[in-house]
Design a binder for this molecule. Structure first.
Ligand SMILES: Cc1cc2nc3c(=O)[nH]c(=O)nc-3n(C[C@H](O)[C@H](O)[C@H](O)COP(=O)(O)OP(=O)(O)OC[C@H]3O[C@@H](n4cnc5c(N)ncnc54)[C@H](O)[C@@H]3O)c2cc1C
Length: 411
């Protein structure tokens, strides 16, 4: 397949580059104390939310200025239809936009709202719901968190036990969610709950939009291995939710939730992140300051390992392009999204291991200062544990590829 830009795509790429050079606020700087602050190559657009809610007024303003500039171009949610604040871009242009943002090291905005919630509402929501929620989300003004997992239901999501009981024009929600990314920064939550306990377990679930300020909602951040709090647990106690906040049909929430997961796994653009990390690793060999950290017995086998990572990054680029070209042809990627998610997550782990091998005992240095490449690979290694859990574990992705991709029997 020929992945080269057409003349039109090349012109769009130039437009994006010029826009970023012109519009990205000079004073939007990362907070080195906060693991989630301005991670510029954050492909999922998660970490901008942390800056937009930062206690540091300057950082908060800079993050919001960036969202506003992007929103004026309709590039916060570039793939959404224009009537809801998007630019109606096709998948290839969306990829180009993401690639150029990653290359320039500027964050995408409002990732969960834009990439998970929005496409789900576009597919399953009513016109009123779309008009109410999509425009503020596409301006970065309304943030969202995806409340699916529970202490007893992760891979086996259909066994969840949070209840939504219909009471007139409302549902009453009780239960607990866990590992909810950035819930403490979310204005709204989209919550999968059991509405019919007697039905077959996939058929008794309903998807609801819940205002996070509703009485009875308690959100407690969870600290991870890096000391950051990228997710939270949420308790729902007698939370009253208008029935008009239901996405799709009652008891049919499973199907909308599965669509959300496909959007999540099809997420593209990680390639550039790995490309840049690998070139920083290679550059450190020639850098006076950094090369002192490289282990003395650096040898050919490590050189080969770096070459393998380089090849794998190209493979991922091809997988991403393949997924996007399917979307461009009007098809919905299914098992391809799992191939993308799995290969990317495992590459993340291999990259982190290569960094650890290269810096030997210095790879354990944790403080950003006085560590190889600002401890980038030490942090990547800790974060790598989560890579094959979030958005579905490696085993679950393999199950999807086996059954839906290869057509193998379930048992
Ligand atoms: C950083 C991070 C962010 C997250 N963000 C969110 C979020 O925003 N919203 C949300 O709802 N959830 C979120 N999650 C939760 C994530 O979706 C779950 O952790 C994941 O689905 C796994 O569920 P579990 O943790 O309950 O593990 P389990 O499902 O209990 O799995 C335990 C182990 O058993 C294996 N296993 C389970 N079933 C099978 C099977 N059928 N075949 C083979 N092996 C199997 C798993 O692969 C795993 O190794 C996040 C998780 C992380 C780490």
């Amino acid at each position: 397949m020929d992945w080269k830009d057409t003349a039109q795509q090349a012109a769009f790429r130039t437009e994006v580059r010029e826009f970023i050079a012109d519009a990205f606020p000079d004073d939007y700087q990362p907070d080195h104390q906060s693991e989630q602050s301005l991670e510029p190559e954050d492909v999922a657009g998660y970490n901008w939310t942390v800056d937009a809610r930062s206690d540091d007024a300057d950082r908060q303003r800079a993050a919001r200025d960036w969202a506003e500039a992007l929103a004026q171009k309709r590039w916060v949610a570039p793939h959404w239809p224009s009537e809801y604040g998007g630019a109606g871009l096709g998948p290839i242009e969306e990829l180009i936009l993401q690639e150029e943002m990653m290359r320039a090291g500027v964050p995408t905005v409002n990732g969960i709202g834009v990439n998970l919630f929005g496409p789900t509402l576009l597919q399953y929501g009513t016109e009123e719901q779309k008009e109410e929620h999509l425009p503020p989300t596409a301006r970065g003004e309304r943030t969202w968190a995806q409340c699916f997992s529970e202490p007893g239901a992760g891979s086996d999501l259909a066994s969840l036990s949070t209840r939504a009981v219909r009471d007139g024009d409302e549902y009453v929600v009780n239960g607990q969610k866990v590992w909810t990314s950035l819930a403490q920064y979310a204005d709204w939550l989209f919550v999968l709950a059991r509405s019919d306990p007697d039905a077959h377990r996939h058929r008794g679930l309903t998807l609801l939009m819940v205002d996070s300020a509703s009485p009875g909602v308690t959100i407690r951040p969870i600290t991870d291995i890096r000391g950051a709090a990228p997710f939270a647990e949420i308790f729902f106690e007698e939370v009253r939710v208008p029935a008009t906040n239901r996405i799709g049909e009652e008891h049919r929430g499973w199907y909308a939730a599965m669509a959300t997961l496909t959007f999540e796994r099809a997420g593209i653009g990680a390639t550039i992140k790995y490309e840049k990390a690998l070139s920083r690793l290679i550059d450190s060999l020639d850098d006076e300051d950094e090369s002192r950290f490289v282990r003395a017995d650096w040898n050919d086998s490590l050189r080969h390992e770096i070459a393998r990572r380089h090849t794998e990054i190209s493979v991922l680029a091809n997988i991403a392009r393949f997924t996007v070209s399917k979307q461009a042809a009007g098809e919905v990627p299914e098992y391809e999204a799992s191939v993308n998610q799995l290969f990317s997550a495992e590459l993340h782990q291999r990259m982190a291991r290569t960094g650890a091998k290269m810096f030997g005992e210095s790879s354990g240095l944790w403080q950003r200062e006085g560590a190889p490449i600002g401890a980038e690979f030490a942090h990547m290694r800790l974060d790598a544990v989560a890579a094959t859990l979030l958005a579905g574990t490696a085993e679950i992705q393999r199950n999807v590829i086996a059954t839906r991709g290869l057509g193998l029997p379930r048992r």
